[in-house]
Design a protein around this ligand. Sequence first.
Ligand code: URA
Length: 249
Amino acid sequence: MSAGNAHRREYLEALGIDLWLARAAAPAAAPIAPPAPGSAPVTPAAAPGGAAAAAPSWEALRAQVLGCTRCALHRTRTQGVFGVGPHRVDWLVVGEAPGAEEDRRGEPFVGAAGQLLDAMLRAIGLDRKSNVYIANILKSRPPNNRDPKPEEIAACMPYLQAQIALLRPKLMLAVGRIAAQSLLDTAAPLGRLRGQVHRFGDTPLVVTYHPAYLLRTPADKRKAWEDLKFARNVYQQLLQASASDGHRT
Ligand code: URA
């Protein structure tokens, strides 16, 4: 068994996914569709204070987030939670909002759900230390982990847009209903959004379950694994498409 396969086996076991499923053929990724009507427009970085319009550096953007007072959540948070990962990566994972542990440590997905997210990402060869960036829709923790309010999402979205403008990911993975619905500007249930390539502006986007949901509903881990394989196929298609574009030019 190759080192890569050994890793995958280890993480699929952590996910509680039977190995026969891991060996099953991945669903073919649909061809990348043009921007869907109704997909969220990416207004290039209409960031607070106009800063993203002037393309802030990562450091400047982080400072803005840490000092942000755009919504009431700044009164109850311990700190803003900016994002984690290298800045030259192809993958961007977007979650909902920091929880208690993230609020305490200042890093996304470091609690129990984060451990499962790390295992999910490892299963498709991704690691926050080397090849994926992780951020949330909200940078401040909602009290008692309640759902984000629409006005909080609206206030915070320019920060994520500015992160995307800096990162220029090849593929986004939205984890959970709130992230998927906010990014796609839809009220469609998560189940209907899975298994398709959406777009956030120009960036292809795939949807899967939130790891916190999967901790509560382990039976759906199999479906999450299908989503991850789908995302990995989409990514491979994107790489192939850009390689053949490169050959044409
Ligand atoms: N849930 C999220 O959506 N994001 C985090 O950072 C932690 C838990």
